[in-house]
Design a protein around this ligand. Structure first.
Ligand code: NDP
Ligand code: 8X3
Length: 257
């Protein structure tokens, strides 16, 4: 029988655990016997998650854009939650879908600060400890938007292209250190993502999922769990996932006249 890793040996640090993929992953890992550090800005959500998951879940209220707070939170993790060996750098967001000339520069900066800087700081702060403890796994949340261009995807897609390349460069740096790196690259998945992108407009947020069956947080959490429990000699570099109902369109051609 194929022998996978025992998640009871995992201590998983998750950013963006208050909803969507992060919350689903926290539930998946705790259900399998792992310890989880669940973080995010919404303290009420974290309190609910802690009440649900119990003593194998430690929560930290933090904004990944606040570098000093993030570094202090990581440095101050209490035992046994300080023995992090799996990092799920998941916190992120898209804001708006306007063409570049009309998009909000503030939105662009928020996406860069969260999806790029927040992810960088999270991984940089945790990585030395993961290496010192003998190895582990860094999982990043990219997107199909980091691979394929679409109208209005400008800075969001560019942040996810950064995440993909950063993850693969990490792979190169970590050769021989027993640290695996996986970039998960989902397409259409129903979470709070769309509600955030359209700033609370329920009608606009529901439109991408109308009349179809998108993926959900549990689908992505299962893929993350699978990649991290594979035997230690196997590394899933990139995992692109789409809803069965989603595929590529033709190139857009502007016709003159
Ligand atoms: P959700 O909006 O459901 O969850 C996003 C999470 O990120 C929340 O827990 C939120 O917590 C957290 N977050 C956002 N900003 C910050 C911040 N500044 N500091 C700390 N935490 C923050 O979306 P998803 O679960 O769908 O998205 C998770 C990741 O997956 C994102 O990186 C997203 O770009 C990516 N992705 C999503 C896809 C989709 O279609 N849903 C497809 C491909 C990739 P809080 O607000 O409490 O801080
Ligand atoms: C989320 C997927 O297609 O909305 O990263 O950009 S998409």
């Amino acid at each position: 029988m194929y022998k996978t890793l025992d998640p009871a040996g995992f201590t998983v640090f998750i950013t963006g655990a208050t909803s969507g993929f992060g919350a689903a992953a926290a539930r998946r890992y705790v259900a399998a016997g792992a310890r989880v550090i669940a973080s995010g800005r919404r303290g009420d959500r974290l309190a609910d998650l802690k009440a649900e998951l119990g003593e194998r879940c430690h929560t930290i209220e933090l904004d990944v854009r606040d570098r000093p707070a993030l570094e202090a939170a990581i440095a101050g993790l209490p035992a046994p939650f300080d023995a992090v060996n799996i990092v799920l750098a998941n916190a992120g967001l898209a804001l708006g879908l306007q063409p570049a000339a009309e998009a909000s520069l503030d939105d662009w900066e928020t996406m860069v600060d969260t999806n790029i800087r927040g992810l960088m700081v999270t991984i940089r702060a945790l990585l030395p400890g993961v290496i010192a403890r003998g190895g582990g796994h860094i999982v990043t949340l990219g997107s199909v938007a980091g691979e394929y261009a679409y109208p209005g995807g400008s800075v969001y897609g560019a942040t996810k292209a950064f995440v993909k390349q950063f993850a693969m460069n990490l792979r190169s740096d970590l050769q021989g250190k027993n640290v695996r790196v996986t970039n998960i690259e989902p397409g259409l998945t129903e979470t709070e993502f769309s509600l955030v992108r359209f700033k609370g407009d329920d009608t606009k947020a529901a439109a991408p999922y109308a009349g179809t069956t998108p993926m959900n947080g549990d689908d992505i959490a299962e893929a993350i769990f699978w990649a991290t429990t594979l035997p230690a000699h196997v590394n899933i570099n990139r995992l692109e996932m789409m809803a069965t109902t989603q595929a590529w369109g033709p190139f857009a051609i502007h016709r003159e006249g």
